[in-house]
Design a protein around this ligand. Structure first.
Ligand code: HEM
Length: 675
């Protein structure tokens, strides 16, 4: 399909960098590990790890995918003055200086008394690409390491116990549950050792081996939530999914809630958000309450992005049913650092929201579109705010997160006044004036354009597209493109821009113009358009993505979404990608990188005009090619829900649809992107 659809990708932006002191840990042997030079220079007591804002996403302002920020690691160090360590730094004087620098930030000073495990050196040789530095990079990449979409939530011991396999491992330390699945190959003690703590409260085990390790900073982006003990009110304290039955007024926390909060604070010396639930009959009008003195002094005295308050406001309509006829229930909460404010709006699991943010007359407006409905959250902030605004969406949790800068660097006592408008039906798509902020050639004939809407950042729902409008000889020319999300290009996400992959057809009406655009030029878009329903992937465990040419673009976001989705975990994503020649394959290296990191992604390239050196599949879409990738058993049983998405030139899409149906796939299990 020429100038075809492309997709919105939900990887979190990385531009809202916040600084957090990086914990110091002992690295692997200097002599053996070439990566250590890098690690050493990076990790010392002065090191700062730049973490993009928020949670969420992927998305929750630690760029955790969660608005709950993490404490600087206190308890592991405060525990005992006598700590154990490996003998190596004592035995090997050459190590002492480098380790000393790192250890200097450990508190209290370490006394070497041999390995806690009884083995002078139990550390494993990590696979290449799995150094501490690589782990930090992964954390900063925007990937959701929590596996739960980044929304902090309580975990019961029973739930914890179910996450005990290498593909899905959680553990609890000092009352906090972390998803350690991604950390396993990075653990210097080996994944088997770390797996000993999977599914359980591993505090004792952890302390036996290495109480000095700064686990809470290392796993900051893997935080799932507090381990919920059997306290009747604990749920209420953390769970924002159910609005309080007592509504219409600010609810003071009960004694039990207060107790849980205090114990959480003591437990991990963290700043636990106090959530007051507010509901109102029509529009919510929420005033903030000041953080406690302890919290304020902690915030003021640190560089950390700290969460001092979160609040949730329910929609006037309580129904979770997000059918076309009833607007979805929305809630929001907020967190702040001294420099930024982050508002998170929750639209419901898999509700696939779109949205935009803008500042007008000193107020922040966040438009949230879900399933044909639009609501606007207006914030009249307590103090002045400024651009740039950042917006990101976390598809699994349905969270939209907007970050705005404070003009005066200080912690606010209140957020200000917030008002949710009533929901209105979206009757027509919006027109957006955009500025080209970056241009990158991604293949011999395709250019990636980054377009920043002038009014403020915009996110297009997953699997939806925008239209580019341009007048040529007084005739309006329109083409559809699905934005390519972050992390598919080389210029990152600092622009909060939509990125469109535009293939240039020499005789095309619009593409020669678009591919000749320069930074600073203006482009008119409208949107979003599309009928893709993310809910359809709710139970899907095997996803087939069948694309031709630039028809790959809607698949990019779906691919990332499915591999990151935690519940249920996807078992396989099969990408069948048709092109003419090898040079035409877009994002080939990116796909290969992802497949290397995640063996659930299977890629099959099929070329219609392959060179002699091509070793892969040759030909065009046919039942033979399709039947080779389709797991016939899977499509004929209910046990492994599957789904196929198709996109390419119209003829390609229709042929694929017919072939899939002939092979036994139900129409309901297929989505064809035709635009
Ligand atoms: C709870 C179960 C765990 C077990 C059984 C375990 C076991 C081990 C072992 C045997 C070693 C080698 C220690 C040595 O040099 O003698 C090690 C090293 C290490 N582990 Fe763990 N570990 C666990 C959890 C964790 C966690 C949650 C983290 C943090 C994210 C972590 C981070 C590290 C680090 C950074 C090292 C290197 C420490 C050093 O060089 O002294 N471990 N672990």
């Amino acid at each position: 399909m020429s100038d075809t659809l492309q997709d919105e990708e939900t990887s979190p932006t990385r531009s809202n960098s916040l600084k957090i002191s990086l914990p110091t840990v002992l690295c692997t042997d200097v002599t053996d590990n070439p990566e250590l030079t890098e690690t050493n220079s990076f990790v010392n007591s002065e090191s700062k790890l730049s973490l993009p804002s928020s949670f969420g996403t992927p998305t929750s302002p630690l760029r955790l995918s969660s608005p709950l920020s993490l404490p600087s690691s206190p308890t592991p160090f405060a525990k005992t003055p006598l700590q154990t360590r490996s003998n190596k730094s004592l035995d090997d004087p050459s190590q002492q200086s480098s380790e000393k620098t790192q250890l200097s930030s450990m508190n209290p000073p370490l006394i070497n008394s041999g390995s806690a495990t009884g083995n002078p050196r139990n550390k494993c040789a990590l696979q290449p690409g799995h150094s501490l530095m690589d782990w930090i990079r992964l954390g900063n990449s925007g990937k959701d390491l929590t596996g739960v979409g980044g929304r902090i939530r309580p975990v019961t011991p029973a739930e914890l116990a179910t996450h005990n396999t290498e593909k899905d491992a959680w553990l609890a330390i000092r009352g906090r549950v972390y998803n350690i699945t991604y950390y396993l190959p990075y653990h210097p003690g080996g994944s088997d050792e770390l797996m000993r703590g999977a599914g359980i409260d591993a505090t004792e085990l952890f302390d036996k081996v290495h109480p000095w390790v700064n686990y809470d900073s290392l796993l900051a982006k893997c935080l799932v939530g507090p381990l919920r003990f059997d306290r009747p009110d604990a749920d209420e304290l953390f769970d924002i999914s159910n609005p309080s039955p007592k509504s219409d007024r600010l609810r003071e926390p009960s004694k039990a809630q207060e107790l849980v909060r205090k114990s959480m604070e003591n437990l991990a010396n963290c700043i636990t958000p106090v959530r007051k639930k507010i509901t109102a009959k029509s529009e919510e009008n929420v005033k903030g309450s000041p953080p406690s003195k302890i919290m304020q002094s902690l915030i003021q005295s640190s560089d950390l992005p700290v969460s001092i308050s979160r609040r949730a406001a329910s929609s006037p309509l309580k129904s979770a049913d997000q059918s076309k006829d009833s607007p979805p229930s929305l809630r929001f909460d907020w967190i702040q650092t001294s420099t930024k404010l982050t508002i998170s709006v929750y639209t419901g699991l898999l509700s696939n929201p779109g949205g935009c943010a803008r500042i007008s007359e000193g107020a922040l407006f966040i438009d949230v579109a879900t399933n044909g409905w639009l609501r606007t959250l207006k914030l009249v902030p307590e103090e002045a705010i400024k651009e740039p605004l950042q917006i990101r969406v976390f598809s699994e949790s349905g969270k939209i997160e907007v970050t705005v800068l404070k003009i005066t660097h200080k912690v606010w006592k209140n957020i200000g006044e917030t008002i949710f408008s009533s929901a209105t039906h979206i009757s027509s798509p919006r027109t957006l004036e955009c500025r080209v902020v970056h241009v990158e050639r991604i293949s011999h004939d395709t250019t990636l354009l980054a377009l920043a809407p002038k009014s403020g950042p915009v996110v297009v729902p997953l699997g939806h597209h925008v239209r580019v409008h341009h007048k040529i000889n007084d005739k309006e020319c329109i083409r559809s493109y699905t934005p390519v999300g972050d992390s598919w290009d080389h210029f990152g996400s600092e622009y909060s821009a939509m990125k469109l992959a535009v293939k240039c057809y020499n005789t095309g009406a619009l593409s020669p113009y678009l591919t000749s655009l320069k930074i600073g030029d203006s482009v008119t878009l409208s949107g979003p358009y599309g009928n893709f329903q993310l809910q359809k992937l709710k139970r899907v465990k095997i996803l087939y993505l069948i694309a031709a040419g630039t028809g790959i673009t809607p698949m990019l976001g779906l691919l990332r979404f499915m591999l990151a989705r935690s519940n249920p975990r996807c078992e396989q994503v099969n990408l069948l990608f048709f092109n003419k020649t090898e040079e035409d394959i877009l994002f080939k290296n990116k796909f290969e990188d992802i497949a290397r990191q995640d063996d659930r992604l299977k890629i099959e390239h099929v070329l219609s005009n392959a060179s002699c050196s091509w070793k892969g599949q040759k030909g065009r879409i046919s039942s033979k090619v399709l039947s080779e990738i389709l797991d016939e058993k899977a499509i004929s049983t209910e046990d492994t829900p599957h789904f196929a998405c198709l996109c390419g030139p119209t003829e390609f899409t229709h042929t694929s649809l017919d072939l899939l149906k002939k092979l036994g796939m139900k129409e309901n299990d297929i989505h064809a992107f035709i635009g």
